[in-house]
Design a protein around this ligand. Structure first.
Ligand SMILES: Cc1cc2nc3c(=O)[nH]c(=O)nc-3n(C[C@H](O)[C@H](O)[C@H](O)COP(=O)(O)OP(=O)(O)OC[C@H]3O[C@@H](n4cnc5c(N)ncnc54)[C@H](O)[C@@H]3O)c2cc1C
Length: 566
């Protein structure tokens, strides 16, 4: 058994920023992959902060809240936008090489739904620049890493410091060492989850393969609610065929969307912001063009960059050009890029307040796995990288404060938890026949793409839920052919699949119940936003006897809801 004051699960930007915020306590980071392989490294377009003299954090907050279709908790948005400049400058001082203006200032580009060019960037590889910088800082500060461990369970003792609606105190985690197959307990005074998003429950997704949402699923099975899971972001521009992201920065630099008639169709959907409307609006516009026969054969439209010129493309969008050349054999300097919408981001996540606390004392969350909620029903591009560093820092500080002065729980509950996980793994390995995990996984992805996508309605959502529940039954017969202990990815995938099914079920239930359209959640059978009934967050809690759906009000401070026009 391992023992650290604070355990952070997740080696992406949020987890590492949390680790750097902890002083005077012994901290360790556990990650399913080497930290530099976390999805944060793939972020492209940039990070938002009101850095310019004539920009204001209040304007950033307003854009974020309007972008969220008024579902964001405004007290949390205030924290996000007020702290943004300090956190971005801190990254710069730590060594992140941002692109520059001719005057030597940090360059900022226009992004969707923003009233000001507020997105700081490092070419189109911003995540790479930030994560490498953060990791250097973590090494410099001697942070302890457990790499290639999958955390499969929270260790919870009830009841203790019972403050929330739920539960007791979190006193550690159980991990599966992917490299050698061992299962170990990690005793901790406080635990932070920074486990990222769940994009890979969809087939078409811009997310890394590891983004299965398993962290959210682990928290859910421990009785912590998941919030607003029905809000799934579909990015408008992903490369046709592979769904690799083509950053919004491409439109920020002047890229244009055109249908097969060469028409700039965004004029019909967002007369003012056009191609730089928020993502939910642009994704629906593209999908409508495709569905109504104005897309190209196979289901895509064009993103044109040719007119912005080779020099600018090479300077500001070199990664996008490389992706288009490598994966579509297209040089965007000469030809348009074929694009279609695909799953991109998880607005929902583990329910928490603006202090990153959950209903389980000693259990904190930050980054994409959390729902604070700063993105509400639709996230603005550039706000997610920002969220990781603003709330990563807060999660670290608050967890350290909690851990300071309290003791470790007795090790006996840990032994029980480890035993439970040993049983789970030996049950999977012990079976010699049944169904292969990937059949169930592939059917899940198919159904999520088809029936829980950009346009939704009751009939399709209910059919999806029925299918997901059938897949959950079938999961009982999953078996693993590879019985090895060394890097048994088949076993890891089979374990994660159970969590993916849970997450999919929660998304579907939230989407069926929410009888309105707001942000990314668009119901063909309820096409209008309904503030009277639905200006509230969904909370879904797991219970062995069946899950529970509840709602909580949205925190509104500065900006009362208005119709959302762009
Ligand atoms: C292609 C792409 C481009 C993007 N571009 C931008 C952008 O330009 N601007 C912007 O603001 N946002 C962007 N985003 C979103 C943003 O990058 C992410 O939301 C953010 O980086 C998430 O950071 P994180 O630290 O929360 O999680 P991640 O970086 O995803 O890290 C999750 C970590 O958790 C670990 N982990 C997960 N589960 C477990 C487990 N059970 N046990 C052990 N470890 C576990 C993983 O190993 C990993 O280290 C982009 C996203 C994508 C997919």
């Amino acid at each position: 058994m391992f023992r650290h004051d604070i355990i952070i699960v997740g080696g992406g930007l949020a987890g590492l920023r949390a680790a750097l915020a902890i002083r005077g306590a012994d901290v360790a980071v556990i990650s399913r992959v080497h930290p530099l392989r976390s999805h944060s490294v793939a972020a492209q377009g940039g990070i938002n902060a009101a850095l310019a003299k004539n920009d204001r954090w209040e304007d950033h907050a307003f854009d974020t809240i309007k972008g969220s279709d008024y579902l964001a908790d405004q007290d949390a948005v205030e924290v996000l936008c007020q702290d943004a400049p300090a956190r971005v400058i801190e990254m710069e001082r730590w060594g992140a090489l941002f692109s520059r203006t001719d005057e030597g200032m940090i360059a900022q580009r226009p992004f969707g739904g923003a009233g000001y060019p507020r997105t700081a960037y490092a070419e189109d590889r911003t995540g790479h620049a930030l994560l490498h910088t953060m990791y250097e800082q973590a090494l410099k500060n001697g942070i302890k890493f457990y790499e290639e461990w999958l955390v499969t369970r929270l260790v919870v003792k009830t009841p203790y410091l019972n403050t929330g609606t739920n539960n007791g105190r979190c006193s550690g985690v159980v991990g599966y060492n992917i490299a050698n197959g061992r299962i170990e307990g990690f005793l901790a005074k406080a635990v932070i989850f920074a486990t990222g998003g769940y994009g890979r429950i969809y087939r078409r997704s811009t997310n890394s393969i590891i983004n299965t949402g398993f962290g959210c699923a682990v928290a859910y099975r421990s009785g912590v609610a998941l919030s607003d899971m029905e809000f799934v972001q579909f990015h408008p521009t992903t490369l046709y065929g592979t769904n690799i992201l083509i950053t919004e920065g491409a439109r920020g630099e002047g890229g244009l969307l055109k249908n097969k008639h060469g028409e700039r169709f965004m004029a019909r959907y967002s007369p003012h912001l056009l191609d730089l409307a928020p993502r939910d609006i642009v994704a629906r516009a593209i999908q409508t063009e495709i569905n109504e026969g104005r897309g190209f054969e196979g289901g895509y439209v064009h993103l044109e960059l040719m007119h912005i010129g080779g020099r600018k493309i090479k300077e500001r969008l070199p990664g996008i050009r490389q992706i288009a050349m490598d994966f579509a054999n297209i040089d965007p300097i000469e030809e348009p890029i074929p694009i279609q919408p695909a799953q991109h981001y998880s607005m929902g996540g583990i329910a928490s307040n603006k202090n990153c606390e959950t209903s389980l004392s000693g259990f904190y969350v930050c980054g994409e796995c959390s729902c604070l909620s700063v993105h509400g029903a639709n996230r603005l591009g550039g706000n997610s990288l920002l969220e990781t560093i603003v709330f990563g820092k807060l999660a670290g500080e608050n967890a350290a404060m909690f851990a300071n002065g309290i003791g470790f729980e007795a090790a006996d509950i840990m032994e029980k938890a480890v035993h439970g996980e040993l049983q789970r793994v030996s049950a999977l390995l012990g079976k010699n026949e049944g169904e292969a995990f990937f059949k169930i996984r592939d059917e899940l992805k198919e159904i999520m793409d088809e029936k829980v996508g950009i346009f939704r309605d009751e009939e399709n959502l209910k059919a999806a839920l029925g299918k997901i529940r059938e897949l959950k039954m079938r999961y009982g017969s999953v078996y693993v052919r590879n019985k090895g202990t060394v890097f048994n990815q088949e076993l890891v995938n089979a374990i994660e699949l159970e969590g993916m099914l849970d997450i999919a079920e929660v998304i579907c239930i939230g989407a069926i119940e929410r009888k309105e359209s707001r942000g990314s959640h668009f119901r063909l059978d309820y096409p209008a936003r309904d503030d009277a009934n639905w200006l509230r967050h969904t909370l879904v809690t797991f219970a062995p006897e069946g899950l529970r759906v509840e709602y909580k009000p949205v925190n509104i401070t500065m900006y009362p809801p208005k119709p959302r026009e762009y």
